[in-house]
Design a protein around this ligand. Structure first.
Ligand code: ADP
Ligand code: MG
Length: 749
């Protein structure tokens, strides 16, 4: 069935040509048991390798079933080997980390035999070579003779017509050698067996033919005994491909098969996972911190925990609504009239050396840790709070504690000496807690209400209809300035005597004026009766203004309109049209925002109001570049390390190749192996992250990962890892298959 005509094999190495064998003419048939002998270096092994399709030949023609093979490419030889050839080697080439059973199982799996059939077949084969009782023994624990029996069983498992054995007894003692030869003789009935031996005596009684080689040529080809010519068509020999499920099982088995290799791979992969996660989260953190540092022209309190919201119908919040909001999960506190938090109140010391620009909050929100000084005891005592090292406050608390500061009147641009505050407490908070250089003043609730009215007034337009003349004004107009006074009854106003010219008989008392206040939230009109007029002389007395500055009176083109305090506050609203909540856990701020939206409110996270500075974009680009760079570097480090680790696998894959595994199968097996380790290390990391999240352990960088990673980030990193494993297995298998089976194998021995 196999015929060689003038076949020669040359080796080229470093420009030197060596002859393996030359001009060999031989033909072999099924049923023959052929022994090839000859001294070392005579070309026996080379001949067997050519016949086995493990090596190509350079000259002549080899026929299989009368068909030429000189045009065969690697793939054709793979098919040829799988269909026809079973090999037995001097050094057994078993997979040492597998049991006897698994060694045969692997070859049957590679040939697509199903699980049930496999088991049956393996047991029969093991019985035949008398190795049944060792079926669960690791091959490395067997003696040489036993190993060769397993190798024979494995060669038989493939159900091929040709068995080729290169010095199968070379490593065995006499007794074992004899039994092996007997075994081969037994199976030679319906097969072609070609065996190379040094020791012809050993096989003389069994073989049907003896070929002697010398110096690469056939010296003698002698028939020993007749053999029964078998009429077996080679068409009956066929093979199937490995089943996917068996491939997966084999790949997973290989993952854990060699403990130390698994631990090393797992360690390398865990390192990659940690390195990638660490680097990526570092940039995520940077990006997030920078994203907090934008600016805008509307809001002053840029705390990233804050959500601003109002009602879609622009009405004010009812008490019940406020209560419901306060009960939501993850709410730290609620600021009902949040405008004071965004308005800058300007203060200075009497000599105007130190200036303070503060946002106002209720004293009830002050946290008392880190507080220097004491809490306020009346409406004009305040506590100031800023980040450590910020420009908003002097570093030394003694420079400000118990100092008196005065409010600026934005309308006149001068210090209002009648509005004095004493700084009784100072609180320095750690950097990064609020927005940079923000100063917060904590005041009593009644003072906050007053300030709130002022903010509303600042942001509102005022229209006064004064005896059929209409004046449009804002907070900064000094003309007919609305001014609250405790001495006036509700619904009444006092005007300056000089305004009497507007009215009949120069007397406006008893007339009505209307005041319309409008701002982004509401428009409200109120009516007041002019109850009295005042002048320069009586103003101190009727309005109880002992400090009233006569000069100022004269400077004003027109005197203010004095009105009742409560009326004044009503005009500028005690209701809240816009509120803010501050969440406890900023990681879940989106959920809180969603809840508020579901309740029908317009919402705005402070983070979304920020105009980003260019730094954020740079960081983002940097993150991508660095991650890619790191992946690149990691890939090569990993590849290098994994290559070393896999070096021990080269033998394994070479053996699989010799047994007929294709490149694709080898690559898939390695891929499954690497995927398994990748997944194990990745999910181990996730598990540790979860344990960390629950607070059982505390690893800083995992906290960062937990904090800044979104689902998509986990997916991106997972994909990167999987791709890395894919590339590694592709590269590895390409390298493994770069050379012929024998050369790759020889390199490893
Ligand atoms: P045998 O098996 O009879 O001892 P081999 O078939 O191994 O002999 O070797 C036959 C000849 O081919 C020897 O001269 C050897 O030097 C040469 N040869 C075998 N393998 C290689 C190789 N890979 N590269 C170069 N020369 C080789
Ligand atoms: Mg040899």
């Amino acid at each position: 069935m196999i015929q060689l005509k003038n076949v020669s094999k040359f080796y080229y190495s470093k420009g030197v040509i060596a002859t393996g064998f030359s001009k060999v003419n031989l033909s072999f048939d099924i049923g023959e048991f052929v022994a090839i002998t000859g001294e070392s270096g005579s070309g026996k092994s080379t001949l067997l390798n050519v016949i086995s399709g493990l090596e190509t030949y350079e000259e002549g023609e080899m026929f299989v079933e009368g068909k030429e093979t000189s045009h065969y490419i690697e793939k054709d030889w793979e098919v040829y080997r799988r269909k026809y050839i079973g090999n037995i080697y001097q050094n057994f080439n078993l997979i040492n980390s597998y049991t006897v059973y698994q060694n045969i199982d692997v070859i049957l799996s590679l040939n697509g035999v199903c699980q049930k059939e496999r088991k049956q077949k393996i047991l029969t084969l093991l019985k035949r070579v008398d190795m049944l009782k060792y079926k669960n023994t690791k091959v490395s624990k067997l003696s040489g003779g036993q190993k060769q029996r397993v190798a024979i069983a494995r060669a038989l498992a493939k159900d091929v017509p040709v068995i080729i054995a290169d010095e199968p007894t070379g490593n065995l003692d006499k007794r074992s050698a004899e039994s092996i030869i007997e075994l081969l003789r037994e199976i030679s009935k319906d097969k072609l067996i070609i065996i190379v031996t040094h020791n012809f005596e050993q096989v003389a009684d069994y073989v049907t033919r003896k070929i002697t080689m010398h110096d690469g040529r056939v010296l003698e080809d002698k028939k020993q005994v007749d053999f029964e010519k078998q009429n077996i068509s080679l068409d009956q020999y066929s093979f199937k491909n490995i089943r996917l499920w068996d491939e997966i099982k084999l790949g997973i088995r290989n993952t854990f098969n060699i403990c130390i290799k698994f631990i090393l791979l797992f360690a390398v992969y865990s390192f990659i996972v940690c390195a990638l996660m660490g680097e990526y989260s570092f940039f995520k953190e940077g990006e997030y911190e920078l994203s907090k540092q934008g600016y805008n022209y509307v809001f002053q309190d840029l705390n990233d925990h804050r959500i601003i919201f109002n009602k879609k119908d622009k009405t004010f919040f009812t008490a019940e609504e406020v209560e419901t909001i306060k009960k939501l999960k993850n709410i730290d506190y609620v600021v009902e009239n949040d405008m004071t938090a965004d308005y800058i109140f300007d203060f200075a010391e009497a000599d105007e050396t130190e200036w303070y620009n503060a946002n106002a909050k209720s004293i009830s929100l002050l946290k008392i840790d880190h507080l220097k000084g004491r809490l306020p005891e009346n409406d004009n005592e305040i506590v100031l709070e800023a980040e450590e090292g910020s420009y908003a406050l002097p570093k030394d608390p003694d420079k400000i504690l118990n100092h008196e500061i005065f409010a600026f009147d934005p309308a006149t641009g001068t210090l209002n000496k009648t509005e004095a505050y004493t700084i009784v407490g100072v609180r320095y908070i750690p950097e990064g807690t609020t927005s940079q250089n923000q100063l917060i003043m904590y005041v009593s609730d009644s003072k906050l209400k007053e300030l709130h009215t002022r903010v509303h007034r600042t942001y509102s337009r005022i229209k006064i209809d004064f005896v059929n003349r209409i004046y449009q004004m804002d907070y900064y107009s000094n003309f007919l300035k609305l001014t609250p006074n405790a001495w006036i009854d509700r619904g009444k106003v006092y005007i300056s005597e000089e305004e009497n010219y507007r009215c009949d008989k120069f007397n406006c008392v008893g007339q009505t004026i209307s005041v319309t206040v409008s701002n982004i939230y509401y428009t409200k009109t109120s009516y007041f009766t002019i109850a009295k007029t005042y002048n320069k002389k009586n103003i101190n007395q009727i309005l109880d203004l002992p400090n009233y500055n006569q000069k100022e009176y004269e400077m004003n083109y027109s005197g203010p309109i004095y009105m009742n305090i409560d009326d004044y506050e009503d005009l500028f609203s005690k209701d809240s049209y816009q509120m803010s909540v501050y969440v406890k856990d900023v990681d879940h701020i989106n959920e809180t925002e969603k809840q508020l939206q579901d309740m029908g409110y317009h919402t705005l996270k402070i983070k979304d109001t920020l105009v980003k500075e260019t730094g954020v974009e740079i960081i983002r680009v940097l993150k991508i570049v660095m991650t890619l760079g790191l992946v690149f570097v990691l890939f090569f480090i990993t590849y290098f390390v994994i290559k070393i680790i896999l070096k021990s696998r080269n033998i394994y894959y070479s053996i699989l190749r010799m047994l007929g595994a294709s490149k694709k199968v080898c690559r898939n097996l390695l891929m499954i192996e690497l995927f398994t380790v990748t997944n194990l290390s990745y999910f181990t990391f996730l598990m540790i992250a979860e344990i960390n999240r629950r607070g059982y352990i505390h690893v800083g960088f995992i906290n960062t990962v937990n904090r800044y990673f979104a689902n998509i980030d986990y997916i991106i990193l997972y994909v990167i890892l999987i791709l890395m494993s894919l590339f590694i297995s592709l590269r590895y298998s390409r390298k493994l298959f770069k050379d012929s089976v024998m050369n790759t194998y020889r390199e490893e021995m």
